[in-house]
Design a protein around this ligand. Sequence first.
Ligand SMILES: NC(=O)c1ccc[n+]([C@@H]2O[C@H](COP(=O)([O-])OP(=O)(O)OC[C@H]3O[C@@H](n4cnc5c(N)ncnc54)[C@H](OP(=O)(O)O)[C@@H]3O)[C@@H](O)[C@H]2O)c1
Length: 319
Amino acid sequence: MRAAVHTSFGPPDVVQVVERPIPPVRRGDVLIKVHATTVTSAECAMRRGEPWWGRVILGLRRPRAHLRTLGLEVSGTVEEVGADVTAFSPGDEVFGFTGFAVGAHADYVRLPATGSLAPKPSSSTFVEAAAAVDGATTALFFLRDKAKLRPDQHVLINGASGSIGTYAVQLAKHLGATVTAVCGPSNVDLVRSLGADHVIDYTTHDFTADVGTYDIVFDTVTKSSFRDARRSLRTGGKYLPTTGLTNNLWALWTLLRGGKRVLVGMSVDKRAALPLISSLLESGELRVVVDRTYPLADIASAHRYVDAGHKRGNVVVTV
Ligand SMILES: NC(=O)c1ccc[n+]([C@@H]2O[C@H](COP(=O)([O-])OP(=O)(O)OC[C@H]3O[C@@H](n4cnc5c(N)ncnc54)[C@H](OP(=O)(O)O)[C@@H]3O)[C@@H](O)[C@H]2O)c1
């Protein structure tokens, strides 16, 4: 099978499409014939070997062998199931998340049947389904599970035009909150069309100057700091960054001190969230924003585009 592989950390050109054996199916596994996958900002950072402290997991000098084929999100058809698998059968259309195993940038990927895998929403194409996994479930994880967002609250979403951001705007509205979305000038119409009540263009207004305005600040792209953003929070407000070592320290500090809190976390187990995402897609309450699609053979170009930091929603790779 074809697989996109990087054997060293570096720019997009380190990713090469090569031949690899199809992974053998173990008793509890599902082998998926990949129809679509995505290139995310998180994977581009993994390819670059960033952040530096992440090298403990990624590999100190070069990527660890099992992390050389990236690919977190997948949609496709079940090709084969292991002897113990009853939940899926060959021919089933599925979508899911590979997590720490990665590997979806290939013709086939193997996932445990008990992992983050679910039937593909019937109304979505394979392209849409692949792009509806990580951003959507991460937005749900932060807004519903970490922040416990309530209908009477006002949430600000920074990076509202990105993958997590486009879902965060829609899911916050689904949860009944008032939403202020922050994006660049070319994305104002997009985030308004997703349901944002108010839109801030970050090139003309700094949201951290809105003293005491928001119950929750969800910085999906971690472009702000708690030091600045905390003045824009109401009493008891919560600041949710998606990355950053310093933010982990702030989370600990604010947990001990009380008052305005920094909440951090990693959305890894998507299994429980996928059926809800699926039903919201099927009812039309959730829309998938796909910016560009690339064929697997040209995946390095997808990395180059995502590296630039200005994708709208999601970048999909068709396999
Ligand atoms: N903790 C977790 O569980 C978890 C899970 C998944 C991902 N993540 C992390 O979450 C982060 C975001 O991922 P993502 O895929 O959603 O991002 P993304 O799609 O790559 O974000 C791109 C968007 O960011 C916007 N942007 C750039 N600079 C901005 C600024 N200064 N202010 C506001 N918006 C700005 C861009 O809009 P313009 O073009 O208008 O600038 C663009 O639309 C990544 O660092 C990823 O590693 C964390």
